[in-house]
Design a protein around this ligand. Structure first.
Ligand code: ARG
Length: 460
């Protein structure tokens, strides 16, 4: 009991189960390095303000650096009885440098300490996730560029029914746009969390003449948080990051789903690289898209992390409550999961082997060019609604005759509407249809080329 920093008030040791239940060291040791960074800044500020003597501060700094070394070298012995990362490190500091180590916690509480640690940790984590996302965004742009000359055509779908042909490059750039917005959301969360809770102490500030601006500056925060209750009691910064991560994982999940579909025998649009697929233990013919499926499945997990923390926060009174210790595992897990998914996709996408023939065949069959024939009539002045109806009858005729649109003769077409001329037959060709979609953001090669240029510019 005596080894606990708060042991003074107590005459009985905690129950074994109570101690185990309360402890967070097994997961919050991930905060060890930022905990020490925060302590170094705090001690330096205390000395600057004359609250610690220069000699005392030097001893504390030296001691903290030694403890950091122990941690980095894996020599540090974590003790459950010391509950969490903060008390493990502080106790070790006092063991190493003696009672002066006990002065580090002057004008500070674990409440502002843990909030500071988590913000520092998340700041670093989000920055490195954003760097990984930069790699994935580059890969998407590079793949979009690879299939433009000659343009590879993919059926575009609505309701999972063939709708209109699009360029494969256009498809890649759609994910580029979505993932770039995900990056923007993570960046927003990062910008907003970068404020310092340190010095809010337990919940109400402190009577010591501390300088919160100084510690904020030392730690690279934009400013100290304005309200001490808010500083120690809020976790919306973590929740915002989780929301952004959940949305971002959902995007990856949609991309993964398309990879699963397109690599299936039924679609046959792409073959997965062997290095990114698995076999079956019983069916020798199988080549499964396990990794894409896992990315899809992990969306449930990341969204679950968001819901877990949101539920912890709902109805929680100010300021610190131990419930807040539950903020860490979902946050750590969501960051790990998303990062791993991003890295996996960036490595896998360039290895996908796309198959132009089945893609083009699927793109032009299933009447995906029917809209062209309706647009043709509309351009000749036929009201679009009427044109739509005419082409509906053309499609039904083809279905009855077992024909595709390109099999129709001009006289057959004219049987449905006299405005059809020879150039209408051109429209039933895939390339013509694609080239016509030149509107801004459309799938014509020129439009996609423009989008690609803009994306490349964003990435420099
Ligand atoms: N391990 C605790 C957490 O993660 C640190 C803060 C504890 N503060 C307290 N007053 N018990 O939230």
């Amino acid at each position: 009991m005596s080894q606990r920093t708060w042991g003074g008030r107590f005459s009985e040791a905690p129950h074994r189960l109570a101690q185990e239940f309360n402890a967070s060291w097994s997961f919050d040791q991930r905060l060890a390095l930022v905990d020490i960074e925060g302590s170094l800044a705090h001690a330096a500020m205390l000395a600057h303000q004359g609250i610690l003597g220069p000699e005392e501060e030097a001893q504390i700094r030296q001691g903290l650096l030694e403890v950091r070394q122990e941690i980095l070298e894996g020599r540090f012995e974590w003790r459950e009885a010391l509950e969490d990362v903060h008390m493990n490190i502080e106790t070790r500091l006092i063991e190493r440098i003696g009672p002066v180590g006990g002065k580090l916690h002057t004008a500070r509480s674990r409440n502002d300490q843990v909030a500071t640690d988590l913000r520092l940790w998340l700041r670093g984590e989000l920055s490195s996730i954003l760097a990984e996302l930069g790699v994935l965004r580059r890969v998407l742009v590079q793949e979009a560029g690879r299939f433009l000359e000659p343009p590879l055509i993919l059926p575009g779908y609505t309701h999972t029914q063939r709708a209109m042909p699009v360029l494969l490059s256009h498809w890649f750039l759609a994910y580029y746009e979505m993932i770039s917005r995900d990056a923007g959301r993570l960046q927003d969360a990062l910008d907003r969390l970068n404020e310092s809770p340190l010095g809010a102490a337990a919940l109400a500030g402190t009577g010591f003449p501390i300088d919160r601006h100084l510690t904020a500056q030392t730690l690279g925060f934009t400013r100290p948080m304005r309200n001490s209750l808010d500083a120690v009691g809020s976790r919306d910064f973590a929740l915002e990051a989780l929301a952004a991560l959940a949305i971002a994982q959902l995007t990856l999940s949609r991309l993964a789903e398309e990879i699963v579909l397109y690599s299936s025998f039924e679609f046959g649009f792409l073959t997965l690289p062997d290095a990114f697929s698995t076999g079956s233990s019983i069916m020798p013919q199988k080549k499964n898209a396990d990794h894409a499926e896992l990315i899809r499945g992990k969306a449930g997990r990341v969204l679950g992390s968001f819901v877990a923390l949101a539920t912890v926060l709902k109805g929680l009174p100010l300021a610190y409550n131990k419930d807040l210790q539950e903020d860490k595992e979902p946050l750590f897990d969501a960051c790990d999961t998303y990062r791993a998914s991003v890295k996996l996709l960036a490595a896998m996408l360039p290895g996908l082997q796309w198959h132009p023939e089945p893609m083009a065949k699927a793109a032009e069959s299933g009447f995906s060019l029917a809209t062209e024939l309706a647009d043709y009539l509309a351009e000749k002045g036929v009201p679009f609604r009427e044109a739509h109806h005419v082409v509906g009858r053309v499609v039904r005729h083809c279905l009855e005759q077992g024909k595709e649109l390109r099999d129709l003769s001009l006289s057959e077409l004219q049987g449905f509407h006299p405005a059809y001329q020879a150039d209408a037959l051109e429209l039933t060709r895939l390339e013509t249809a694609i080239h016509r979609r030149r509107s801004y953001g459309g799938t014509a090669p020129e439009a996609v080329q423009e989008a690609l240029k803009a994306a490349k510019k964003e990435l420099v």
